[in-house]
Design a protein around this ligand. Structure first.
Ligand code: GAL
Length: 710
C-alpha cells in the first residue's frame, strides 16, 4: 500500500503538471504522514462489508497509466466501490456496432486488485455523436416542438424505437461481457431519468396508450367530461399532448403514460441485462430528490433496489428534510437503498455553491446509514479537465492529489470498515407511515388553487411533527401494505380510487389509525370531482364530510378540542367540516375569522372505526399546533419515542435486525455540543467510550449496538 500511495502521488507529479513541484511535495509529505496511521489496516474484501463507501470514477477520462494512482488513493480512503461507465458510450462503442470493452476490463481488474468492486452504469444518458447524427429522430423534442442537439446529456427520446434498439444493444453487449465478473456488484440503468419527449412518435404512442386504456373514444369522453369547452374527441389521434394547461384528466393520463414509458424504456435494458448476469448482481437506477416526473413506486417494481442522489447546493444541510428524503427513497421498495451520489463538500449547479461545513459530509453519510443506506458514494472522484462540471466538489484536485474533504471521507471509510458489519441485515422499522401519492401530487399541482399549497410541504410538515416523537417513519405509496403500521397519515390524498378507499377502511377496522389531511378524497381515479363531498368514498366511515374548502389569504385561528387546549393557526387552507354520525367527535375547531366562512366550524373530526379510528383534518396547521395534534394521535395509538428527551438538534436513528437486536445512530445536527441521556449504560462504537450520557460535539455521531440490551 505504501508503495502504491507513493507511486500514485509521484505519478501525478511527473505525468501531469510538472510545475509547483515544491508545493506539491510538501503536500505529499503531509498526506503520507497522515496515511501512516491507516496503512497498517488491510482493506477488507468489499463484499464482506455491510456498509460500502464509494465514488463515481470515470477512467475513460484519464490515461490508463493514471488509474493505479487513483485506485491507490481510493483504497487509502477505504473506498470499496466505484460506479463507472454511466456516460462512457462513445468509449464503449466508438463507431456503430464496434464495441471496445478492453479498457473497462482493465479498469475493473485493477480496481479489484485494490479491493474495490464496481457498479456498472449503462451509458444511455449520453449517446455518442455518431448515433445522434445518423439517427436524429432519437433526439428528444421539448413541449414547444424544439429538438435537442448533441453536446449535452439526456438529449434522447425515451420512447423512440431506434434509440431503444441501440440502448438494448449496448446494455446486452455489456451484460454479456461483464455480467459474470464477480467484481461487479450491480448495474445502474441510465442516469437520473428526467425529461420526457413530445416528438411525433411519443404522441402516437400516447394515443395508442389511451386507446388501450379506454377501449373507445366514447368512454374517454365520458370519463374526461369532454363536453366541457367542446373538448369532445372523435378519435384518439385528435387528442393534444401537453403537460400543462389542459383538461386535468388528460394531464394525469399523460403523467401515467410518461411513467409507463420510462418503465418500458428501462425494461428494454433489464431484459437485455438480466439473463446475462450473475443472480447476485442488482439492477437499479439513480433518482433525484422529490422528483415527480414519474411514479417512482411503479418504476421501482421493476428494479432490485432503490438508489438516489442527495445534494444540498447551498451547502446548508436541512437534517429533517434530508431524513424525509431518505425515508421517501426507502419507501420506493420498502427496503434499504443506496446513496448513489452525494457531494464531496460542494456542487457546481446552485446559485452559490457553498461547501458543507466541516464535519457535515461525515454527518450526512451516517444520517444516510441511519435511514437505511447500505452504501454512500461521492460524486465525483476527480473532475474531468474539461466538460460542464469543472467546478464541482471532488475528492481529488486537478493535480491528482487529495483536496481537504478527502480526509473527512477517509474518516467515514475508516469507520465503515471498522464497525460497518454491526449493521448487517438491519433496517429501520417504523410504526408510523405517511402516504405519498403521485396521482394526488400531480392533481394538486395541475390546479393548486393556492400557490402556497405545496404537496411536498404537506408531507414534510407532518414529518417534522412526527420525527421527534416516532423517530422512525416510513413514507410509502397508498398501495403499500399498511398492516404493519399503527398510525398512517395521508396528507392531501386528493385522488382516491374506490379500491384505495376500501383498503383504508379495512385498515381502520382492523385496528389502524388513519389521519387524512386537507384536500383528501376530492377526486376519483380519473381526476374527476367525487360527487360525494370530501373525503368522498371515506365520508361514510368517517361519519362526516367537508362542507366547503377555502384557500386562505390570511391565517385563521384553530383550537384543539381536548385537554391540551392548544391553539394555533390554519395557514394556507381551511375546510369547514360537518360531523354526520352521532359518534363522530370534533377534535379541532376554527375560531372567529375576518370573512366569517369557517367561524366556529369543525376543522377536524374523528371517529372510531372497528378496532381503529379515522380522523380528518381540514386545515393546514402551523408547526406548533401540528406538533401538539400529532403528539395526541401518537399517544392514543400507544407510540412513544425510542429514546425520549433528546435535544431538538439531536436525531436518533434505529436499525433493527431480524433477531430483534438493534443498532442506534445518534447525530448532533446542531452547531453546539449536546449532553444527551441514554437511559442505560451504552458504549459508543466509534469512540469506545461507555456511559449513561454522551457529550456529542457539533455534527458529532455516535453508534451503539444494543445486542442483548433491554
Ligand atoms: C447528478 C448527476 C451527476 C452529476 C451530479 C453533479 O445529478 O447524476 O452525473 O452531474 O449531479 O452534482
Amino acid at each position: 500500500m505504501w508503495q502504491k500511495i507513493c507511486e500514485a502521488t509521484i505519478l501525478s507529479l511527473t505525468l501531469e503538471f510538472p510545475i509547483r513541484i515544491v508545493y506539491r511535495n510538501l503536500r505529499l509529505v503531509a498526506i503520507l504522514l497522515v496515511s501512516i496511521c491507516f496503512v497498517g489496516m488491510p482493506a477488507q474484501t468489499p463484499r464482506q462489508n455491510s456498509l460500502l463507501l464509494g465514488t463515481a470514477w470515470y477512467p475513460e477520462q484519464w490515461p490508463e497509466e493514471r488509474w493505479d494512482a487513483d485506485l491507490s488513493l481510493m483504497e487509502q480512503a477505504h473506498i470499496h466501490v466505484v460506479r463507472v461507465g454511466e456516460f462512457a458510450w462513445s468509449s464503449m462503442e466508438p463507431a456503430e456496432g464496434v464495441f471496445r470493452f478492453e479498457w473497462l476490463d482493465q479498469a475493473i481488474a485493477l480496481a479489484a486488485k485494490h479491493h474495490i468492486a464496481v457498479v456498472l452504469g449503462t451509458p444511455t444518458a449520453a449517446p455518442p455523436a455518431w448515433l445522434t447524427t445518423k439517427y436524429p429522430e432519437t433526439l428528444r423534442v421539448d413541449e414547444d416542438g424544439k429538438r435537442a442537439e448533441h453536446g449535452n446529456r439526456q438529449q434522447f427520446s425515451f420512447s423512440d424505437p431506434v434509440y431503444r434498439r441501440f440502448a438494448a444493444q449496448i446494455a446486452r453487449k455489456m451484460a454479456e461481457h461483464f455480467g459474470h465478473n464477480p467484481d461487479l456488484l450491480g448495474w445502474q440503468l441510465d442516469n437520473e431519468l428526467a425529461a420526457p419527449s413530445f416528438d411525433a412518435n411519443a404522441k402516437q404512442q400516447f394515443h395508442r396508450w389511451l386507446q388501450k386504456k379506454y377501449g373507445s373514444i366514447a368512454e374517454l369522453n365520458r370519463r374526461w367530461t369532454t363536453a366541457y369547452w367542446s373538448q369532445t374527441y372523435d378519435n384518439f389521434d385528435e387528442i393534444p399532448v401537453h403537460s400543462k394547461g389542459e383538461n386535468p384528466a388528460l394531464l394525469l393520463d399523460w403523467k401515467r403514460f410518461v411513467t409507463d414509458t420510462w418503465i418500458s424504456y428501462l425494461q428494454v435494458q433489464i431484459d437485455a441485462i438480466r439473463p446475462n448476469i450473475l443472480p447476485a448482481q442488482f439492477i437499479t437506477t439513480n433518482t433525484m430528490h422529490w422528483n415527480e416526473g414519474f411514479d417512482h413506486y411503479l418504476l421501482h417494481k421493476h428494479l432490485d433496489i432503490a438508489a438516489w442522489d442527495d445534494y444540498f447546493p447551498d451547502g446548508h444541510l436541512d437534517p429533517v428534510l434530508n431524513a424525509a428524503e431518505h425515508d421517501l427513497v426507502r419507501g420506493y421498495k420498502q427496503r434499504n437503498f443506496w446513496l448513489m451520489e452525494t457531494q464531496p463538500a460542494f456542487v457546481n449547479w446552485g446559485s452559490v455553491n457553498s461547501p458543507l461545513p466541516r464535519g457535515v459530509t461525515r454527518e450526512m453519510a451516517w444520517q444516510a446509514v441511519g435511514h437505511g443506506a447500505d452504501a454512500v458514494l461521492y460524486w465525483q472522484w476527480r473532475s474531468a479537465l474539461n466538460g460542464q462540471e469543472q467546478y464541482h466538489g471532488t475528492m481529488l484536485g486537478a493535480d491528482g492529489l487529495p483536496v481537504p474533504v478527502y480526509q473527512e471521507i477517509e474518516e467515514v471509510g475508516t469507520e465503515f470498515d471498522r464497525i460497518g458489519n454491526v449493521f448487517s441485515s438491519s433496517t429501520p422499522e417504523a410504526q408510523v407511515a405517511i402516504l405519498q401519492s403521485y396521482d394526488s401530487r400531480w392533481a394538486i399541482d395541475f390546479q393548486r388553487h393556492s400557490q402556497k399549497f405545496d404537496y411536498v410541504t404537506q408531507i414534510t410538515d407532518v414529518y417534522k411533527a412526527l420525527q421527534p416523537l416516532a423517530q422512525t417513519i416510513d413514507i410509502v405509496s397508498p398501495d403499500a401494505d399498511l398492516t404493519r403500521y399503527k398510525v398512517v397519515f395521508a396528507p392531501a390524498l386528493n385522488v382516491l380510487s374506490d379500491a384505495t378507499a376500501k383498503k383504508l377502511v379495512t385498515y381502520c377496522s382492523d385496528g389502524g389509525h388513519l389521519v387524512l389531511g386537507p384536500r383528501s378524497g376530492m377526486k376519483d381515479f380519473d381526476d374527476a370531482l367525487q360527487t360525494e363531498r370530501q373525503p368522498g368514498p371515506l365520508a361514510a366511515a368517517l361519519g362526516g364530510h367537508v362542507d366547503q374548502y377555502y384557500a386562505l389569504g390570511k391565517p385563521v385561528p384553530v383550537d384543539e378540542i381536548d385537554t391540551s387546549e392548544a391553539h394555533g393557526m390554519a395557514t394556507v387552507w381551511a375546510e369547514s367540516l360537518v360531523p354526520t354520525a352521532s359518534d363522530a367527535t370534533v377534535v379541532l375547531r376554527y375560531g372567529k375569522t375576518a370573512d366569517g366562512w369557517v367561524d366556529h366550524q369543525a376543522a377536524g373530526i374523528s371517529r372510531h372505526v372497528g378496532k381503529g379510528s379515522m380522523t380528518y383534518v381540514g386545515a393546514t396547521l402551523d408547526s406548533e399546533l401540528m406538533s401538539s395534534f400529532v403528539a395526541r394521535i401518537l399517544d392514543e395509538a400507544g407510540i412513544a419515542p425510542i429514546l425520549p428527551g433528546l435535544p431538538s438538534n439531536v436525531e436518533l436513528m434505529q436499525r433493527v435486525k431480524p433477531s430483534g437486536s438493534r443498532v442506534w445512530i445518534l447525530i448532533n445536527h446542531g452547531v453546539a455540543p449536546e449532553h444527551i441521556g441514554l437511559q442505560r449504560e451504552l458504549k459508543d462504537m466509534l469512540t469506545g467510550m461507555a456511559g449513561r450520557f454522551i457529550d456529542l460535539p457539533a455534527h458529532g455521531v455516535a453508534v451503539y449496538s444494543l445486542e442483548g440490551v433491554q
